[in-house]
Design a protein around this ligand. Structure first.
Ligand code: SF4
Length: 308
């Protein structure tokens, strides 16, 4: 595959928009076929922790699935999700105006070439568009940064893992105990729908909107990383221990561990309100990360160990 090398300059015969489309198509292909390095390593560690025959067998099925997906170059789960892009765009990147169209073209290309399942249904019409493009789909979150390149994360939001997602504004006196209760209630009630072991993203902010967006950004952060705020990092660690102790196990069939991580992202909040959001990723948490330079050379940073 073209993304084998970390630094590749695309053919000058293609227009910049075509080159960016090709680059993003490569990113979508690798993201649908192979897990990012950190998720793969996390599952390996979790497999080693389990001692029941059933848990071992389930992890063995997961790794057999991953192996076959890579060998056959097929999506590792039939639900390739709805695509969501999180873009940090350098103010001096020369092709910013082309990027929105290139994302749509790459989505359409990957839908037919990988292939990705047709998952986008136009709201109210309830008609499947057949190409994974619809009103505000793929979803794009934009952030302007200093620099002349792009940093893009793409997330494949499957149905089962999206199902537990929720957010609310806590009553003033509920505080951080209320945050923990909300996360535990959500995972206990809905987590099993999302093909555990789960990646749990928690967002904290002033309202349901900010908390929800931050909870999605939290699952884009690597497993094994900690929030730089020591209090938030401590809450991440304690919630992981607590959720593991519930014993959901791989695919919800009991085991020593339930979650791959709990990642928290937060924003400052109104003194009277504390919003909390939860977003869940499944064992097949598929996210891809890429850096694109202004000369359109690029590096896929999420899958360095898996592509050869
Ligand atoms: S929850 Fe994840 S692994 Fe399970 S069907 Fe959905 S996308 Fe696939």
């Amino acid at each position: 595959m073209a993304h084998v090398k970390n630094e590749i300059t695309k053919s000058k015969l293609k227009t910049p928009k075509e080159q960016i489309t090709d680059i993003l198509s490569d990113l979508l292909k690798v993201t649908a076929i192979a897990l990012p390095d950190d998720v793969f390593e996390s599952l390996k560690k979790m497999q080693a922790c389990e001692d029941s025959e059933l848990s071992k067998e389930l992890y063995s099925c997961i790794f057999d699935n991953l192996d076959k997906a890579e060998k056959l170059k097929r999506p590792l789960c039939q639900d390739t999700g709805v695509l969501q892009f999180f873009i940090k765009a350098g103010v001096r990147f020369p092709y910013l105006a082309l990027l929105g169209d290139a994302i749509k073209d790459a989505t359409q290309n990957a839908t037919s070439s990988v292939p990705l399942r047709h998952n986008v249904v136009e709201s109210f019409d309830e008609r499947n568009t057949g190409n994974n493009i619809g009103t505000l789909a793929p979803w794009c979150e934009w952030e302007i940064i200093d620099g002349d390149g792009l940093e893009i994360d793409v997330y494949l939001a499957g149905g089962g893992c999206t199902l537990p997602g929720r957010s609310k504004v806590l009553m003033p006196l509920e505080g951080y105990e209320g945050v923990v209760k909300f996360v535990f209630d959500t995972i206990v009630e809905w987590g099993v729908n999302a093909c555990p072991p789960l990646v749990v993203g928690v967002g904290i902010g002033t309202c349901a909107t900010t908390a929800s967006i931050l909870s999605k950004k939290a699952i884009l952060r690597k497993i094994g990383s900690s929030n730089p705020n020591p209090k938030a990092a401590d809450m991440e660690r304690r919630m992981k221990i607590g959720l593991d102790n519930i014993g959901i196990g791989p695919l919800g069939l009991k085991g020593k561990q339930s979650v791959q991580c709990v990642n928290i992202e937060y924003a400052a909040h109104h003194p009277a309100t504390l919003g909390v959001g939860v977003t869940v990723g499944c064992w097949a948490t598929r996210r891809g990360s890429i850096n694109i330079k202004n000369d359109l050379s690029y590096e896929i940073t999420s899958h360095k160990n898996k592509i050869n």
